[in-house]
Design a protein around this ligand. Structure first.
Ligand code: FAD
Length: 106
């Protein structure tokens, strides 16, 4: 089975960074491809219990691709749901760009 922790950390890094560099004003085609990317990701993530919960969460709150801010905040909320489930600290979503766009923590 996959190493759920290493996989998770690497995956959140990819997802949050991708959201932080997503356009502030995405073109319709960019919105469409991002929606497809996230929905496909949710179908293929190789941790079945993670994937099931993520799909359920997306059914309750569909992915928001209208802007960099919307996508980043949507993703931050999804990650916080997992943090709560795992008893990890909840992340302050006002700090997503500080963490993922402006640079890693020192
Ligand atoms: P991570 O949670 O991987 O976080 C990495 C870094 O992201 C943190 O150091 C912090 O700087 C930053 N961060 C933390 N929270 C946020 C946030 N809300 N927004 C933005 N940045 C943030 N593991 C399970 O055991 N069960 C599951 O059901 C499960 N579901 C998952 C679902 C998905 C879609 C993914 C990608 C991962 C899932 N994981 C799950 C893995 C889990 O979330 C962690 O990645 C793993 O436990 C390693 O944790 P970590 O301490 O390295 O920090």
């Amino acid at each position: 089975p996959p190493d759920v922790e290493t996989l998770g950390n690497a995956t959140w890094t990819l997802l949050h960074t991708t959201a932080a560099y997503y356009p502030e004003k995405p073109a319709p085609s960019q919105r469409e491809s991002m929606k497809s990317f996230i929905e496909s990701f949710a179908q293929h993530y190789p941790c079945w219990f993670c994937k099931n919960d993520f799909q359920q969460s997306m059914a309750v709150e569909p992915v928001q691709v209208e802007s960099r801010e919307k996508l980043s905040q949507w993703l931050c909320r999804r990650h916080n749901e997992v943090n709560v489930k795992l008893n990890k600290p909840v992340f302050d979503c006002t700090k997503v760009f500080e963490r993922w766009l402006n640079g890693p923590p020192s």
